[in-house]
Ligand binder design. Structure first.
Ligand SMILES: C[S@@+](CC[C@H](N)C(=O)[O-])C[C@H]1O[C@@H](n2cnc3c(N)ncnc32)[C@H](O)[C@@H]1O
Length: 509
């Protein structure tokens, strides 16, 4: 065996990152690192790190400083040079050598330990693990080395490997950049091509560099990195975002359980964490049922329900949500079963539940559905059934007998957890028994329960708003939204007593 001389070593490189024109010094050495700042050629390790200098800045300075900070992220400073050993072997023995050297080859994610030999096509180089430091391969025990020598000619040759910025994950890079102890924000909500960060106060001075690293490390999926600013105060429940990296266009597409949703994340409400709840609730619906979605957003309940064969009256106060709701009905080919409205939820319920006058017009409200569909159904149900070949094809095998909402609704969805309970009063006297067929609808009302509240207190509020008792309420815990706050779905059958009020006295809730 011809063993070349040399010593394996890893060269440590300090990361220099400048912010606002100042040079950031290497991070203070800690016990695991050499006190010399990592220049000792025999020291092992990866990269040094530094803190981005921060100081109070004017708005303009701050902006310029941040630009400089990002542009001056010197990617070469993340290079780690590994001086390793490799074994030159005849290429036909790759598999056997690989098996014999199990545990002694380089074990780094995304790096193949057996590579081509630049000097000869007939050979391969087997890169050895960093623990093999000596040219005589004395760290490999004889029970491994001897069979190897018996198998083929081997020659130890130095092997130099540089792991650069493109090799390291976001977590590794950000740990080098952010101060010790600061949480590294590598987990984020992904909405199509948008990465949504919720940076904490202490992370904010580093927001641009954090965004750049997240952007770089999630190509090509992530095209935009945004940070949520402040808390949501608007009634459309849309956060304010600051675009930190990438394009500012937030029109994107997401898929949930086979359904495609298009949306502008800067204009409409969307929460990917509700995916399971969307599936769970829709799984309770049956083909042919009629659904009213009072706070429909862009349709994560409505569109899958329609795909299941339900007829859905979907409403939202946000015109942009309704715009995308319609688009999504089209994309998912259920435009003939989703009737979209842009109203306040109370007005919407009155509108769809009001029995039309004899001339076919509603007594209240004004629909903005792309088709004033149920008027047509009311006057010519047969024509609609037979005239729409798509509908007939997709819902083949079952026959719908009822779907005018003032005659029958199976489920009402109320997903506005912050205030949906307050909308329950709309059901008082809403249903006119003389026109109604079948059982009363299930109400699925979302709410938050804080540590100061109980299911009993929520139920009692709901009962007081309905002015009647609720029989057999079901509370389903959806998710924890904060340490002391959980989102629940309260489901119950609308009590018969809600229909007993004189209909002439309602509408003022
Ligand atoms: C929590 S989001 C739920 C959206 C959708 N159902 C989902 O699960 O993603 C609540 C929606 O209610 C809408 N909204 C708020 N106030 C409303 C009102 N008074 N009437 C109708 N819609 C309203 C908002 O625009 C928002 O889209």
């Amino acid at each position: 065996m011809d063993v070349a001389a040399g010593e394996a070593s890893a060269a440590r490189t300090a990361v220099l990152l400048t912010g606002g024109g100042s040079v950031c010094p290497p991070r203070e050495a800690h016990p695991a690192e050499p006190k010399d700042g990592g220049t000792n050629p025999t020291s092992r390790g990866e990269v040094g790190s530094c803190q981005v200098a921060t100081k109070p800045l004017s708005d303009a300075d701050e902006h310029r400083g941040r630009e400089a900070e990002v542009s001056l992220l010197d990617e070469s400073k993340f290079d780690v040079n590994l001086q390793l050993w490799s074994l030159r072997i005849p290429r036909e023995h790759c598999t056997s050598v690989g098996r014999l050297l199990h545990g002694y080859m380089l074990d780094r994610a995304r790096i193949k330990p057996i590579v081509e030999d630049p000097t000869s096509e007939k050979n391969r180089l087997v890169i050895l693990s960093e623990k093999i430091q000596n040219s005589d391969l004395s760290e490999i025990p004889s029970h491994v080395l001897d069979p190897l020598k018996g198998l083929c000619n081997i020659e130890a040759v130095p092997y130099s490997l540089t792991l650069g910025y493109s090799y390291w994950g976001a977590d590794h890079i950000l740990k080098q950049i952010l101060p010790h102890g600061m949480e590294v924000p590598t987990s984020f909500e992904t909405v199509g091509h948008v990465a949504h960060l919720n940076l904490t106060e202490d992370q904010l001075p580093y927001k641009d560099v954090i965004a750049k690293v997240i952007y770089d490390k999630n190509q090509p999926i992530i095209q935009t990195v945004v940070n949520k600013i402040g808390t949501i105060t608007n009634e459309f429940r849309v956060p304010t975002f600051e675009v930190l990296a990438g394009k500012s266009d937030m029109v994107t597409e997401v898929k949930q359980y086979g359904v495609t949703f298009k949306l502008d994340y800067s204009l409409v409400y969307w929460n990917s964490r509700l995916e399971h709840e969307h599936i769970r609730l829709v799984s309770l619906f049956q083909r042919g049922e009629t659904i009213c979605d009072m706070f429909a957003g862009i349709g994560p309940f409505s569109i899958p329900a329609a795909r299941k064969g339900c007829h859905v009256y979907a409403n939202d106060l946000n015109p942009d949500s309704v715009h995308y709701l319609r688009i999504n009905a089209n994309i998912n080919k259920v435009e003939d079963r989703v009737f979209a409205y842009n109203m306040d939820a109370r007005a919407f319920m009155h509108h769809v539940m009001t029995v039309p006058d004899s001339d076919g017009m509603q007594k209240t409200g004004e629909a903005v559905s792309n088709e004033d569909h149920y008027h047509k159904l009311a006057t010519d149900e047969k024509e609609v059934f037979q005239g729409n070949r798509n509908t007939n094809k997709r819902i083949r095998g079952f026959h719908l007998t009822v779907f005018r909402p003032w005659e029958h609704v199976d489920h009402v969805i109320m997903n506005l957890p912050a205030s949906a309970l307050d909308f329950l009063g709309v059901f008082k006297g809403l249903i006119q028994r003389e026109h109604w067929r079948g059982s009363l609808p299930w109400i699925h009302c979302y709410c938050f329960i804080r540590s100061t509240e109980t299911k009993e207190s929520i139920l009692s509020k709901a009962e007081s708003l309905l002015s009647t008792k609720i029989a057999d309420p079901i509370f389903h815990r959806v998710r924890d939204v904060a340490p002391n706050k959980a989102m629940f779905c309260l489901s119950f059958k609308l009590p018969t007593e809600t229909c007993c009020r004189d209909v002439n006295n309602v509408g003022a809730e």
